[in-house]
Design a protein around this ligand. Structure first.
Ligand SMILES: CC(C)(COP(=O)(O)OP(=O)(O)OC[C@H]1O[C@@H](n2cnc3c(N)ncnc32)[C@H](O)[C@@H]1OP(=O)(O)O)[C@@H](O)C(=O)NCCC(=O)NCCS
Length: 184
């Protein structure tokens, strides 16, 4: 994976570091993912479902670092991981090599400080540097915080997947399929 590290000053004056993860980040990443899974119903996992051990997380980071077709960023504030995002090819089959997909999750305490927009922009830059043609994502139709961020960056809705998620209490969530065309 291409290495990346950049510092930004947020509107609240705090320093944000966006960087590719490294070995040693496993506990910080596990903690951050457990927090966001608990804070939002818009992610793929519910509370308590993420149960990687330190060793498994270390192997995951190591595999990402070796993967040329993936770009993975952590957001760090005051040396604490508060967010992560990941973008990669949807498939290594030749017919899909123009398409990437991404996911992003930031801890609630840090929402609405411009972190998500900055992370998304770096993912878009990576896609462009790879010569990719389209960046895709799926988002719960009720995720009224995320959708405007994606639209601001140029993503458009191209379809709806009915009942994409089923919650423990038996209700469903639909998802929009959104695409950003990178050469437009
Ligand atoms: C969605 C998410 C990544 C956005 O990240 P963020 O750091 O909060 O986003 P930013 O601060 O860059 O941008 C937030 C924008 O939403 C706007 N906003 C703030 N509160 C809002 C609200 N209640 N409803 C709609 N928009 C809102 C802000 O004004 C800002 O727009 P602006 O840049 O034009 O001023 C983050 O909220 C998150 O991780 N949520 C939980 C996990 C999740 O839903 N992930 C996406 C799964 S597809």
């Amino acid at each position: 994976m291409k290495k990346f590290a950049q510092e930004y000053t947020l509107s609240n004056g705090k320093k944000l570091v966006l960087r590719t993860p490294q070995l040693g980040d496993e506990q910080g990443l596990i903690d951050q993912m457990k927090i966001v899974d608990k804070e939002t119903k818009f992610l793929a996992r519910g509370e308590g479902e993420f149960n990687f051990t330190l060793e498994q997380e270390r192997e995951f980071i190591s595999a990402c670092l070796d993967d040329e077709n993936r770009f993975f960023l952590v957001a760090e504030i005051e040396s604490k991981i508060v967010g992560n995002c990941s973008v990669g090819l949807i498939s290594s089959n030749k017919r899909y090599l123009h398409r990437a997909s991404m996911g992003i999750a930031i801890c609630k305490n840090y929402w609405n400080n411009g972190i998500g927009t900055r992370m998304m922009n770096e993912c878009i830059n990576w896609c462009k540097s790879q010569g990719l043609e389209q960046l895709e994502l799926e988002v719960v139709t009720e995720n009224s915080r995320a959708i405007p961020v994606y639209e601001k960056l140029g993503f458009k809705i191209y379809g709806t997947k009915k009942h994409a998620m089923k919650y423990a209490e038996g209700t469903y969530a639909d998802e929009f399929f959104m695409i950003l065309f990178l050469n437009e």
